[in-house]
Each structure stands twice: as C-alpha cells, then as structure tokens.
Design a protein around this ligand. Structure first.
Ligand code: FE2
Length: 294
C-alpha cells in the first residue's frame, strides 16, 4: 500500500479573505507566498504553502493536501484510490510548486489532494507574529467517525494512534501522534486547525501576543491526555478555531510506542482506546468551554 507521508496544506473558504490573510501574516506569523486572482497562499518552512484562502459565503475547510514520498508512484496511488470505488481527478499545475495532483473527496465532502513535491521553497524567518514550526493537524466534526476513520486508513494509509471511547479518533501519517482527528458530533464541519510551536515558552509568548492583539483563549493552556500536547485554542477572525500546540507525542513505528515522556501514565505509551474521562481531554483538569463546540 502507498501511504501519504505528511500533511502539506489546508484550504479554506472565508467571507473576508483580507481579514483572514492579515490574521495569518500578522498574528500567526505565516509568510504570504502568493496572491492570485482567487487564492492567497501562506506558508512556513520549506513548503510553498501550508494554508490557502479563497473567498466563500461561509468559513469552512474545503481541501486538505497530503504529500507522497519522492519514490512513490502517483499513478499507482491513483489506482489504489480508484480500487475502492472512489472517483479521482488528475490536475496538472494546480498550484505553485505542485505539477501533478490526484484529487478526490473524502466521505464528509472534503477534497483530498495528493501529490509529490519536488520543488521546495524557503521562507525567510518572519519578524512578527507567533511563527509556528508548521501546520500540524486539522480536526473535523463528523457524522460517522468509524466510516471516515476507515477511509483515511484504507485509502490514504493513515494509522490509528488513539481513540476516545468510540466517538473521537486520532490518526497519524508520520511520526506525529495525529495529523487528522475526527470527532463524531452529528455534523460534518471543521473543528480546528493546529500549528506546532517550539515549546512551553513559545506557547506562553503566543498566548500573550494573542491577548495583546485582542484574541482571547477558548480553552487552555493545558496538556491533552490523548497525544499529550500542550495546547491553547482561540478563534480566528473568520470564526474557525486555531490551536497552538507543543510537545505532541511522536511515534517510534519500529517499537510500536510513543517516545517516552515523564508525563505519560502508561509505560510504554502505546496506541489505545481511552475512556471518556476528563484526563483524556486535559491532564491538568480544566474542561473545554461550550464555545469550543460551536
Ligand atoms: Fe488539536
């Protein structure tokens, strides 16, 4: 099986593209790498874009991009997807630095874009904003978590890192504990988009910077049980929730457990089903506000 190797980008429709662009450049600290007639490209590190913005009536995540390895065969990957009865499309030069792409829809209607990246770009270190290391994961509300989880595992090659009871799955496509997470709540929509920060000190600076610029935290800071990442959530101008996180568990695939950390309760910490317990959500004890679920 050909597995996707990392999350590359997420694309959003927002009513006010300029306001959301300002947020990503001034507050989050991404670099504006391209502006075309209907798309704004924003990046960190070596990818030309980690976030793409389009104008749309309501704020939503419309597409997610995943990268294959340079030795993977995109034609064979397309056949692998089609073998599940999924209709694929091929796009030539769809976006800067992407020459060839296979696209298809996941069961909740998000467009999946899979490609190989041969052309890398290097962003200069931004002088303002939070400046995350990278786009870490995108979380969704879903109506059928088992069905969508199976799709990501069977079609894209994801692995299950953890579950909370039978309603919240955490899936990885590389060493990071989760790249996609899916929570069954009765609707199909974006839950949050997460950016990785360096450490606790960076997270503190980020919370202060958000506060100085009028952004209040929805939840956190805390430490999740599942994934064990330090977290703090806020809402972007478009209404979409952003998570900043650090110290997410990283999997050692050869050994089958997460790199040991002193805050783990299991020794070693292996993928498992966690009970629906406050500790799974926040080891430090403070539970999310109702606003997190709006
Ligand atoms: Fe998250």
């Amino acid at each position: 099986m050909i597995r996707v190797k990392k999350i590359a980008h997420a694309a959003y429709e927002v009513p006010d593209v300029q306001a959301q662009t300002d947020y990503y450049t001034e507050i989050v600290g991404l670099t504006l790498t391209g502006k075309e007639k209907d798309a704004v490209y924003l990046a960190s590190t070596i990818d030309h874009h980690s976030v793409v913005l389009h104008k749309g009536a309501q704020a939503q995540c419309t597409r997610i991009g995943f990268q294959l390895g340079l030795d993977d065969d995109l034609d064979a990957f397309e056949r692998q997807v089609a073998s599940h009865g999924i209709k694929t499309r091929r796009k030539r030069d769809p976006d800067p630095t992407i020459s060839d792409m296979v696209t298809f829809e996941d069961p909740k209607g998000t467009v999946i874009e899979v490609f190989k990246r041969e052309a890398f770009s290097g962003q200069r270190y931004p002088a303002k904003g939070i400046v995350p290391h990278k786009l870490g994961h995108v979380a969704f509300h879903v109506t059928d978590v088992k069905h969508v989880t199976k799709f990501y595992c069977d079609v894209l090659g994801f692995r299950e890192s953890d579950w909370m009871a039978d309603f919240f799955s955490f899936l990885r496509c590389g060493p990071d504990h989760h790249t996609i997470n899916l929570m069954q709540t009765g609707s199909n929509r974006h839950f949050h988009t997460a950016f990785e920060l360096r450490d606790w000190g960076h997270l503190q600076t980020a919370c202060d910077y958000l506060s100085l610029n009028g952004y209040k935290l929805l939840w956190g800071p805390g430490r999740h049980g599942i994934g064990h990442n330090l977290f703090a959530y806020h809402r972007s101008p478009a209404g979409l929730i952003t998570e900043t996180f650090a110290e997410l568990d990283r999997m050692n695939e050869e050994l089958g457990y997460f790199e040991p950390r002193p805050w783990h309760r299991d020794h070693p910490q292996r993928p498992k089903v966690w009970p629906k317990d406050p500790a799974a959500a926040n080891l430090w004890g403070v539970m999310p506000t109702d606003e997190m679920h709006q």
